[in-house]
Design a protein around this ligand. Structure first.
Ligand code: URA
Length: 248
């Protein structure tokens, strides 16, 4: 079908852009099918439940695999793989792009200048990396010179992020920056078109909200006001989700 006609049809049904199924999505399909071991229930197990240990061991295995990963050439230049940080049972999960120099050195996401701003952004809506949010990146290894991740690097790393999302089971995903948003949503739409509405991610249809990357906000402080709008929006989405849960 000619692409102009396809675009027209898709616009009619409310889809702005058609993007060919990516290596990212192929990997997602495979990973989601294989990420829950046979016999394990879909519901999160509570403390004291014997299956809790299984979740802990899955986290341990994931961490070990990331630290030893050689699936893409980025492992050659990194100090260490950067897995994630925060509450592994948080309702909120923040997803950024890739470790920078400081993160690569310390082995924790968002600990440089952008991380300090991210912490302030999270605090402004009552969140704290140590207690009620889990933070991870699309890539677990630092790209040289902080260049954008390449599609093959994203495809290689994606299964780790999907496993993290599967284990945390957040109520809401907050994608910070264009790279995270475009890769999670499999779109090439610009960030400004992705902000201000609720998207959904993965088989669980987890609500996903998009905002600016804190590193961008450090360069363009005039947009902090818009980021604040995004954060308030995300907070209201979470409040609605929590209220829905109470009613049901
Ligand atoms: N930028 C990101 O996207 N992630 C980090 O961990 C640090 C900077």
């Amino acid at each position: 079908m000619p692409s102009a006609r396809r675009a027209q049809y898709l616009r009619t049904i409310g889809i702005d852009r058609w993007v060919r199924r990516t290596a990212f999505e192929e990997a997602a399909a495979v990973t989601l099918e294989s990420s829950v071991p046979a016999g394990e229930t879909a519901a999160r197990q509570g403390p004291g439940d014997p299956a809790q240990e299984t979740i802990e061991s899955r986290w341990r295995r994931l961490r070990a695999e990331v630290l030893e990963c050689t699936k893409c050439p980025l492992h050659q230049g990194r100090t260490q793989g950067v897995v994630g940080v925060g509450n592994q049972e948080a309702d909120w999960m923040v997803i950024g792009e890739a470790p920078g120099a400081e993160e690569d050195r310390r082995g924790e996401p968002f600990v440089g200048r952008a991380g300090q701003l991210l912490d302030a952004m999270l605090r402004s809506i009552g969140l704290n990396r140590d207690s009620n949010v889990y933070i991870a990146n699309i890539l677990k290894s630092r790209p040289p010179g902080n260049r954008d991740p390449r599609p093959e690097e994203v495809a290689a790393c994606l299964p780790y992020l999907l496993r993290q999302i599967e284990l945390v089971r957040p109520k809401l995903l907050l994608a910070v920056g264009r790279i995270a948003a475009q890769n999670l949503l499999s779109t090439d739409a610009p960030l400004m078109r992705l902000r201000g509405r609720v998207h959904h991610f993965g088989e669980r249809n987890t609500p996903l909200v998009v905002t600016y990357h804190p590193a961008y906000l450090l360069r363009s402080p005039a947009d902090k006001r818009k980021a604040w709008e995004d954060l308030k929006f995300a907070r209201s989405v979470m409040a609605d989700l929590s209220t829905d849960g109470e009613c049901s």
